[in-house]
Design a protein around this ligand. Structure first.
Ligand code: ADP
Length: 257
């Protein structure tokens, strides 16, 4: 579904140039939930922005369903870490969720119905008339996820989506992603620096090197489903996989692979 070949990105030129990504190859299958972990500054957001067509990489190619990305694709939605900056504070929750649907051929009533359905699927039934400031951080991130879902993307990109919420809310949102992913068929690429989270939500975990980023590990997560915050995390396969990912990330941080 997503094919990244020899991706390279350098910010700036000359002596101050910064090589963020170098020769990165990655494929993601249709319907897969891929987690990407790597040290801070590795180039994870640069990778995500290249996939989303928000920056033009200096080398290599990103293809979605066989089509080269040269602008933001229509079938894609992005959820960022900072919900407080991604929601419009002057718009009600339902208007925030319905906004991107203006790009689709839907009338107002259809947009409203789609927004209500998406809010219901993230557990926010009835919150449509509220404004973002009236909701907790975790609820605001649910609104951002609802906005992405309402759009019915075939690819959802999530950049550290739970980085700004407390631990309990984080677990709830991880389960929400697993749940919505069961209902809406889509491919998800989720960036996180949390090793346990990557194993808990991912079908596969890719570990990136320090900048310039390339892939240093690619592990399949084969855990019995449905996943559960208590029993999954104590399952021997989970414990083994988190140690494997941890070793790779540590290796990257210590050496300079
Ligand atoms: P990560 O998401 O893994 O923390 P980023 O992709 O944000 O990493 O950044 C990778 C590297 O590129 C970092 O060292 C960062 O300072 C640098 N970088 C990111 N954006 C820019 C930019 N617009 N101009 C110059 N350097 C940048």
């Amino acid at each position: 579904m997503l094919e990244i070949t020899n991706l390279t990105h350098t910010y700036g030129t000359g002596p101050t140039a910064h090589h963020a990504i170098d020769g990165l190859d990655l494929s993601v299958a249709d319907g897969e939930l891929l987690c990407i972990v790597g040290p801070s500054g590795a180039g994870k957001s640069t990778l995500l922005r290249s996939i989303a067509g928000l920056i033009r990489p200096t080398g290599g190619q990103v293809r979605i369903d066989g089509v080269a990305v040269d602008r933001t694709p229509d079938n894609l939605a992005v959820v960022f870490q900072d919900y407080s900056r991604s929601l419009f504070p002057w718009m009600s929750v339902e208007d925030n969720v319905a906004l991107p649907l203006r790009r689709k051929s839907m009338d107002k009533a259809q947009r409203k119905a789609a927004a209500a359905e998406a809010l219901e699927s993230v557990g926010l039934t009835g919150a449509g008339k509220k404004y973002p400031f009236q909701l907790s951080g975790g609820m605001q991130q649910r609104v951002a996820i609802a906005r992405a879902l309402a759009y019915r993307p075939s690819l959802m990109l999530m950049d550290e989506p739970f980085g700004s919420v407390d631990a309990q809310t984080r677990e709830d949102l991880e389960d929400l992603v697993l749940q919505v992913r069961g209902h809406h068929r889509m491919t998800i690429v989720l960036i996180t620096h949390d090793i346990d989270e990557s194993v808990y939500v991912g079908d596969r975990v890719v570990v990136l090197s320090k900048a310039p980023a390339h892939v240093v590990g690619d592990l399949k997560v084969d855990l019995p489903g449905p996943r559960d915050q208590i029993s999954t995390r104590e399952h021997p396969d989970f414990v083994h996989l988190r140690a494997e990912v941890g070793r790779l990330v540590r290796g990257v941080e210590r050496t300079n692979v």
